[in-house]
Design a protein around this ligand. Structure first.
Ligand code: ZN
Length: 500
């Protein structure tokens, strides 16, 4: 009897770095190859060599275009992987935007780090030593990696970009576009079907049928599971059977605000801005959230619930992502397609002003009030939003409206928690604007929604692996999954499991 083994290489007890390797006697398939993001302890893992020889992999399957799922693909390709990468067609177009942007940032960061090192060799050396120590500490969580030592050569490499724009372009040439629901043989004995995950455009749940020796097993990777009822895209596909299941748990233990409440709060902020002749500034993720906010503003306007304020869309990435959304209207849900059929323009706001150059971006503040700005990125850690916050944070006539998750340690989170000042570009700025938050827009299912999705399994998986969640979320979620009669496991980083 042949062997079947699953290796958990990322998104284990954390929400980033998604990567899994399925190994049989005949084939090796990797699902997702995401970047670790967030804390330095997590980020350093991007520098730890892959847990396998990239040239030995038969195929890579990608669930969706978010960086924490696709972000290390250029590095994998630059490390010797040359085989096909399978993804839904729309995902490929979004991944192109994400990887080229990421590579550009990698190159810029590396250049500024090099300049810093030339000016302050002592401080750079101390930082490198610290980073090397973090790398060693992170590696030692993996018994095999503990034997690797961080030699001076590796320390120099810490300042290199993880990958370049050239690497990203080379990896993009490996992609093969799939349609939802069509089974494809991706490696000897392994057939994959991509089902809509309802998370962002092109997102997928991946179902693998794996034949090895005299048995066949079905393994389902949930990817990131979307929220039912999210506008534009379809709801997550119900899956009814699996021998093994990997389920994300980002919002384990938590329930989102209902979407209707979120929409109402959005409308209120627009009305307040109009009455006060102020500015409504919304930091937003470029892919998914921006399109969703524009959708809701357009619907509210159509319903006569808000006045028609000028809207500035100030994110080149969001603009390109919207173009991808437009090109894949066949992925839209029925409601959105019905609007299109009535010649309405559900993912466009009438008269929206697309801001192209950074110069135009800086000029927005001079426009006649009231007006609204949607800018990236969503957590004010970079992008054009930063200059708007800098210009308007001291202005009582501005409402800063958070419409998405704010990661710990970001300016966004500090403002949400009531910071009186924030430091931007080395200057402390007094916070005098209004700050509001809406938590009901989410690209992820909350706990009740995840459990509802799990209840679709008529055939109970032998093991349900709980992945892609921080430890408190997983601790809250696991007992609820057990209550459904499912056997669970919360795998650790680089843990491997034999599938019977
Ligand atoms: Zn995602």
């Amino acid at each position: 009897m042949g062997s079947m083994r699953l290796h958990f290489l990322g998104a284990t007890r954390t929400v980033t770095g998604s990567q899994y390797l399925l190994e049989t006697d005949r084939a090796r398939v990797v699902v997702d190859c995401g970047m670790f993001q967030g804390s330095p302890h997590d980020v350093i893992r991007n520098r730890i060599p892959f847990a396998y020889r990239p040239e030995d992999i038969d195929a890579l399957l990608l669930t969706h275009a978010h960086l924490d799922h696709c972000g290390l693909i250029p590095l994998l390709a630059a490390s010797g992987f040359r085989k096909p990468i399978y993804a839904i067609k729309g995902t490929i177009d979004l991944t192109r935007l994400v990887l080229l942007d990421s590579a550009k940032l990698q190159e810029e960061f590396s250049q500024s780090h090099q300049r810093f090192a030339e000016r302050h060799p002592d401080r750079a050396a101390a930082e490198d030593e610290e980073t090397a120590a973090e790398l060693t500490a992170a590696s030692s969580e993996d018994p095999a990696a503990a034997t690797r030592d961080a030699e001076p050569a590796a320390v120099t490499a810490l300042r290199d970009p993880l990958y370049t724009v050239e690497n990203a372009n080379a990896s993009l040439a490996l992609f093969h576009g799939l349609d939802y629901g069509t089974e494809v043989e991706v490696a000897p004995g392994i057939a994959a079907t991509f089902l809509d995950a309802g998370h962002i455009l092109g997102s997928a749940i991946i179902r693998l049928r794996v034949a090895e020796g005299d048995r066949e097993r079905t393994i389902v990777f949930s990817g990131d599971v979307g929220r039912p009822g999210t506008p534009i895209i379809r709801d997550p596909t119900p899956v009814t059977s699996a021998d093994y299941l990997l389920i994300e748990s980002t919002y384990g233990g938590r329930t989102h605000e209902p979407q209707e409440v979120a929409i109402q709060m959005l409308g209120e902020a627009v009305k307040l801005t109009a009455d006060a002749k102020g500015v409504l500034l919304m930091p937003s993720f470029a892919i998914g959230r921006t399109q969703e906010i524009v959708f809701h503003l357009d619907r509210l306007l159509e319903a006569g619930a808000i006045p028609h304020l000028p809207l500035y869309l100030d994110s080149p990435m969001a603009q390109k992502a919207t173009e991808v959304y437009r090109a894949y209207a066949d992925y839209f849900d029925e409601d959105t397609r019905a609007l299109l059929a009535r010649e309405e323009t559900p993912i466009d706001y009438p008269g929206a002003i697309v801001v192209n150059s950074p110069k135009e971006s800086l000029a927005i503040e001079q426009a006649a009030r009231p007006f609204m700005i949607v800018a990236s990125n969503g957590m004010i850690t970079g992008g054009r939003i930063v200059q708007h916050v800098k210009a308007l944070i001291g202005d009582p006539g501005m409402i800063l409206l958070f419409v998405g998750y704010q990661g710990q340690g970001t300016i966004g989170a500090a403002l949400q928690q009531g910071a009186k000042t924030v430091r931007i570009d080395g200057t402390d700025l007094e916070v005098r604007c209004q700050i509001r938050s809406i938590s009901g827009f989410s690209a992820h299912a909350d706990e009740p929604e995840l459990l509802a999705w799990l209840r679709n399994f008529a055939q109970r998986p032998r093991t349900t692996f709980i992945v892609h969640g921080d430890p408190p979320a997983q601790a809250a979620f696991e007992p609820k999954v057990k209550e459904l009669g499912l056997a669970t496991m919360v795998p650790a980083w680089r843990e491997s499991v034999d599938l019977a």
